[in-house]
Design a protein around this ligand. Structure first.
Ligand SMILES: Cc1cc2nc3c(=O)[nH]c(=O)nc-3n(C[C@H](O)[C@H](O)[C@H](O)COP(=O)(O)OP(=O)(O)OC[C@H]3O[C@@H](n4cnc5c(N)ncnc54)[C@H](O)[C@@H]3O)c2cc1C
Length: 308
């Protein structure tokens, strides 16, 4: 088997690309893999306004800048879908879907991210990232003094609603159950004068012609009352799926499928590291993903050195 690297990085979002930059600058032989074009979720982001030092720019633009940075440093990139990672002690095996391609590395950094769950109702696809957002911290400022609907009632929905209600004129929460977040946060939200909560609802569709204009939903109780709320924007918080199926057997995931790491991004398996949204963490953002990637690469390089 000729393809032996010091460090293989799976996933080329901001976490993976930053890890690649730090790893190659630590004189490691690095391979960066992604099943899609480099950039991760940044590619689907209209505008990024909170990445330090860049001002406002499109997610795709930031993705290209990061990828060009990896290429200037000579990082090897390949389009591959990783389907399995096995821990062979000092040498890990990375198996890809494509014609059974197999690579080996002394260390592996897993930076495969998460995918926000979607409702799958009419209008959602049409207004995705153009009226419907999955990130209030990223897109909330566009709705200052406007009306928004938040879908969901868990911790993310409630925390982000408190933030949005502070800047929007009117906020409506539509949720499948009642609010299930931390009780103190729920109380704080319920007391906000511009907030209306509709529990036990099923979203039916997002409406609009030139732009998103409203949400239609109906009660899941016996009366099945239908309602329509007009709005300028929607934020969906109905959970996310961790892209971690390929390494489910390593015993490094929590019950939500995210990777448990320590502060140095080490997992419980020596030589396997996690970085970015796929790890158990509080704030999932580009800048925190980059930070994780830098720390993971530093730890992975130290680990590889320790094997010599
Ligand atoms: C709509 C939206 C808007 C956002 N806006 C902002 C914003 O304005 N500012 C901000 O800071 N954050 C924003 N975020 C959050 C930010 O995009 C993420 O926190 C960040 O991209 C996470 O980076 P990551 O590298 O951990 O993962 P990702 O960006 O998710 O990248 C993971 C990569 O891994 C690849 N991958 C997954 N599984 C495999 C596999 N088996 N084999 C090979 N490759 C694989 C994927 O194709 C993907 O390219 C937004 C998120 C969303 C959904």
């Amino acid at each position: 088997m000729g393809n032996i690297y010091d460090i293989i990085i799976v996933g080329s979002g901001p976490a993976g690309m930053t890890a690649a930059i730090y790893a190659i600058r630590a004189n490691m032989k690095v391979l960066l893999l992604d099943r899609l074009a480099p950039g991760g979720q940044m590619i689907n982001t209209n505008e990024v306004e909170n990445y330090t030092g860049t001002g406002k720019l499109s997610g795709a633009e930031l993705a290209i800048k990061m990828f060009e940075h990896t290429q200037e440093l000579g990082v090897e990139f390949d389009y591959k879908t990783v389907v399995n990672i096995s821990n062979g002690g000092d040498l890990k095996t990375v198996t890809c879907e494509e014609e059974g391609t197999v690579y080996q590395a002394k260390a592996v950094i897993l930076a495969t991210g998460t995918v926000p769950r979607r409702l799958g109702v009419p209008g959602e696809e049409e207004w995705a990232a153009n009226g419907i957002s999955w990130c209030a911290i990223c897109d909330g400022a566009q709705y200052r003094d406007k009306e928004v609907v938040v879908i969901g009632g868990g911790n993310s929905a409630v925390e982000e609603s408190i933030y949005l209600a502070g800047i929007c004129t009117k906020l409506t929460i539509v949720t499948m159950l009642d609010l299930t977040a931390d009780p103190k946060a729920c109380d704080q939200l319920r007391k906000m004068p511009n907030v209306t909560i509709y529990p036990y609802q099923e979203v039916l569709e997002f409406t609009g012609t030139d732009r998103l204009t409203g949400v239609r939903f109906k009660s899941t109780k016996e009366d099945a009352t239908e309602r329509y709320v007009t709005c300028d924007g929607v934020f969906e918080y109905i959970g996310f799926s961790a892209s971690s199926q390929a390494f489910a057997d390593l015993g490094i995931l929590d019950r939500t499928g995210c990777i448990q790491t320590d502060a140095r991004m080490c997992t419980s398996v020596p030589g396997i590291f996690g970085a970015g949204d796929i790890t158990v963490k509080h704030l999932r953002q580009i800048i925190t993903a980059c930070s994780d990637g830098a720390v993971a690469a530093n730890s992975a390089a130290s680990y590889v050195e320790s094997l010599k």
